[in-house]
Design a protein around this ligand. Structure first.
Ligand SMILES: [Zn+2]
Length: 259
């Protein structure tokens, strides 16, 4: 209780501090969405970035140098997805690990009849339930500059981190009362099924195929499109857009230009 009081007091002081102009310059260079925020959203984003840089441990992997560009770019992209989640700083995330490129991770696959197979795969990022989030720096830059269509590794991993807040990564973020949660899940599962049907039918879809891996990846991949290309996502499936707007408590269509 005392620790929380001290933390909140520290956060209030950080939020009220002057945002360094050099960080503002980094945001204008690396985070395209920054220019579309209104004044109140910018103030909230500045507070989020200042708190993240104070509280999270950034670690460079495989020789990656952690500069202000790296820290501010990542924190700001996380802050944009959290704009509607009042006071949410993803406290369960303690460390942010950054690689200079895509990296190789191990994946464990169960084998029919028992046992498991460990395979290697190329990764852009990942979220660990133990409190770490991992990124490939070039992918962070591409997503921040919106150079990779609807893709954004920071949005993707933050969606998993948000999903994790209610206990596990199952595709359902904290959504309110159990009744509200039930109707949200029913609607979101119907959206997922429509996406799978569209994929099966060979229709053009605005989401990466990876969204077919299960409900948790569908939530993460659809969240990327929700923030990066909201108009296209809403044209594809208005109900899916509405469920994500309800979960993230914001409407990116209001700020992101149509073109
Ligand atoms: Zn994922």
């Amino acid at each position: 209780m005392v620790l929380r009081w001290l933390r909140d007091r520290r956060r209030r002081a950080l939020s009220a501090s002057t945002f360094p102009p050099a960080w503002g310059a980094i945001l204008r260079r690396f985070v395209r969405q920054y220019e579309w925020l209104d004044d109140a959203e910018r103030d909230r984003l500045h507070a989020f970035v200042t708190i993240w840089l104070d509280e999270k441990r950034f670690e460079g992997c495989r020789g990656m140098e952690i500069t202000d560009e790296v820290r501010v770019s990542i924190a700001a992209q996380a802050g944009i997805v959290a704009l509607g989640l009042e006071g949410e700083c993803f406290d369960h995330l303690k460390s942010v690990l950054v690689y200079p490129d895509d990296y190789v991770g191990e994946k464990t696959v169960p084998i029919a009849g028992g046992g498991e197979l460990v395979t290697k795969e190329e990764r852009l990022g990942e979220t660990w339930a133990g409190g770490s989030i991992v990124f490939s720096w070039p992918r962070v830059v591409e997503g921040g500059r919106m150079r990779d269509g609807p893709r954004s590794v920071v949005v993707h991993e933050c969606a998993h981190a948000f999903d994790l807040l209610d206990g596990d990564i199952d595709g359902v973020p904290p959504i309110g009362s159990s009744g509200r949660r039930r109707s949200w899940v029913a609607s979101f599962e119907a959206c997922h099924q429509r996406f799978l049907d569209a994929l099966d039918a060979g229709r053009s879809v605005p989401l990466d195929d990876y969204a077919s891996e299960g409900l948790s990846e569908f939530f993460a991949v659809a969240s990327e499109a929700f923030f990066q290309s909201p108009h296209r996502l809403a044209r594809f499936d208005e109900e899916l857009y509405d469920r994500l707007a309800e979960a993230w408590r914001q409407d990116p269509r209001r700020r992101v230009p149509r073109s």
